[in-house]
Write a protein that binds this ligand. Structure first.
Ligand SMILES: C[S@@+](CC[C@H](N)C(=O)[O-])C[C@H]1O[C@@H](n2cnc3c(N)ncnc32)[C@H](O)[C@@H]1O
Length: 332
């Protein structure tokens, strides 16, 4: 995955003045803090330098994760076209950039964030967006621990933020965000056991509140993932020169692992299953690990399966298994 050209240009513009040496120190610091368990309510971003480094190093990865989650949501809810978005713990506006790329017709956008430095850099990036609603987005400086009931929006998103909140605040927030959603609520967390545990807990809570799961799960049953395993996905993203400089990285790409859930009030087109690992493409067959309506399964699709094999060969980790009758989904 690549960042959209306007976001790439905005990052180059806004981060261009920052000295690479400063960026590197803060970026290494942030990565360490994001890897170690959080102390509740201690912000992971502690200075203006941290904020700039977060944007350089983490924004591309979180963008790739959110964009994947929204794409899969769109595939599952093709007739629900959100007109408005509320994004909380918005950081530099990452999820709004991913949303306008997914639904170009998206109108008004509201972003809630408590850190003024983050809002400031988010505004500077958004000013360079080609999508008008992103340039005109409303930024609200609010603390999610004391969030008053927000106005209702068709799409509500919260990416990489539940983990910065205490458990009781997470539960209250999830309920409040579901109330605030007219159509979709999408939550994204790091693809770690702890990140998945938060997503699984929120999923169960949302089902209890009457939501349907649009993605990634192809069912509304209890999550079948065994103890010790965790449902997560990965997106490979290309690193820009700036991104490589700030991380001292040699590789031209990185893989971002994440967990997510999309809850819907709109009708959901159920996938037959969700691909849970990289498919193993071998001579004459493809082996898939799939979550389906009856739980987890391993499936071998052989060349002799004809059309199903041709479809299976092109599937990627995180994609939906096409349902047997969906003729229109076969690529030309
Ligand atoms: C890891 S960043 C994620 C930002 C963005 N959603 C993304 O995916 O790139 C978490 C953000 O949540 C914000 N945040 C954390 N706790 C908050 C709170 N109690 N109220 C409002 N914002 C909060 C932080 O300031 C930070 O910008």
């Amino acid at each position: 995955m690549q960042l959209p050209p306007d976001l790439r240009a905005a990052l180059e513009d806004v981060l261009g003045e920052t000295r690479a040496s400063h960026l590197k120190v803060s970026a290494a610091d942030i990565s360490r803090r994001y890897r170690t368990p959080k102390q509740p309510n201690l912000p992971a971003l502690r200075s203006a330098e941290d904020v700039v480094a977060y944007v350089a190093v983490r924004l591309p990865a979180t963008y790739a994760a959110v964009r994947h989650g929204l794409r899969q949501t769109l595939a599952a809810v093709p007739d629900g076209v959100p007109a408005t978005q509320l994004d909380v713990g918005a950081g530099p506006g990452t999820a709004a950039w991913a949303a306008v790329a997914t639904w170009p017709g998206l109108g008004a956008i509201t972003l809630v964030e408590r850190d003024p430095e983050v809002i400031s850099i988010g505004r500077r990036l958004a000013a360079r967006a080609s999508a008008g609603p992103l340039r005109e987005a409303r930024w609200l400086r609010e603390d999610l621990r004391r969030l008053s009931p927000p106005a209702r929006h068709a799409l509500v998103t919260a990416a990489y933020v539940l983990g910065e909140l205490d458990l009781d605040v997470q539960d209250r927030l999830v309920a409040r965000l579901w109330q605030a959603s007219r159509g979709l609520l999408v939550l994204v967390e790091p693809g770690t056991p702890a990140g998945f545990a938060r997503i699984r807990r929120a999923r169960a809570q949302l089902l209890g509140l009457g939501a349907q799961v649009a993605a990634p799960c192809p069912h509304d049953e209890e999550c079948p993932m065994a103890d010790g395993d965790w449902c997560h996905f990965a997106q490979r993203l290309e690193r820009s020169a700036l991104h490589r400089r700030s991380k001292d990285a040699e590789l031209g790409h990185e893989d971002e692992k994440f967990s997510y859930v999309a809850a819907s009030r709109w009708p959901v087109r159920r996938a037959e299953g969700r691909v849970l690992r990289h498919p193993q493409v071998r001579q004459g067959h493809v082996r898939l690990e799939v979550c389906g309506p009856h739980g987890l399964r391993s499936e071998v699709v052989a060349r002799s399966d004809g059309r199903r094999y041709r479809l299976a060969k092109d599937l990627a980790w995180g994609e939906a298994m096409p349902s047997p009758g969906s003729e229109e989904e076969e690529p030309n």
